[in-house]
Ligand binder design. Structure first.
Ligand code: HEC
Length: 182
């Protein structure tokens, strides 16, 4: 016990001295500025698995098919089959445990809400965050309809999207239950 106390006090004094020396000799660089609330709001758009924070709006499969054709198919193929410029998004359901697993949104992703998050945030890759929320809901509906994960007449919105059961939803091991909300 005595040894422990001595060691602890010594370490505290040492780090105090080091911090003082650093401040005296190397001033921190005067780079950047605090982000404005508007800038933080634009970046703070994560949608968790349970869909909390999904925005108002909605979109149908038919609307999504048109948007996909216009803004996504050049890279992801006419029906999401992929091209050398963009990942395959559909197909491969049921192949993950086979000798030739095909990992796609349909076959691999556990939560449909992630699809909204990702597309809104990052796609089209050449013009991210350019889609309206209605357009994001529509392309999500369209992509999920290709492998019949949702019916062709579905309308996606903040209520229906979190209820979608992805085929590989139970294919993941929950290694740390405290970090993952049900
Ligand atoms: C100019 C080419 C291009 C366009 C247009 C484009 N994408 Fe992508 N997309 C990519 C590339 C490249 C990736 C892979 C990005 C990465 O892995 O970082 C990708 C990844 C994705 C993914 C994730 C796939 C996965 O399994 O990880 C989704 C979903 C997606 N795009 C949807 C869309 C949608 C919807 C649109 C239209 C609104 C779109 N993309 C338009 C090139 C494009």
């Amino acid at each position: 016990m005595f040894m422990f106390r001595t060691g602890f006090a010594g370490a505290a004094v040492l780090s105090f001295v080091c911090a003082g020396a650093f401040a005296a000799e190397i001033a921190p660089p005067k780079l950047g500025r605090p982000a404005t609330p508007d800038e933080v709001a634009k970046a703070d758009i994560s949608i968790p698995p349970d869909g909390k924070g999904l925005p108002p709006g909605s979109g149908s499969v038919a609307q999504g098919a048109q948007i996909f054709q216009a803004k996504c198919s050049a890279c992801h193929g006419a029906n999401g089959q992929g091209t050398p410029n963009g990942d395959r998004l559909v197909g491969g359901v049921g192949t993950l445990a086979s000798a030739n697993p095909v990992k796609t949104v349909s076959s691999y992703w556990p939560y449909a809400t992630t699809l909204f998050d990702y597309i809104r945030r990052a796609m089209p890759i050449t013009n991210p965050q350019s889609l309206q929320n209605d357009e994001v809901y529509a392309v999500v509906a369209y992509i999920l309809s290709i492998d019949n994960i949702v019916p062709k007449d579905v309308v996606m919105d903040a209520q229906s999207l979190p209820k979608v059961q992805m085929p590989n939803r139970n294919g993941f091991i929950n290694w740390e239950p405290r970090l993952i909300r049900p």
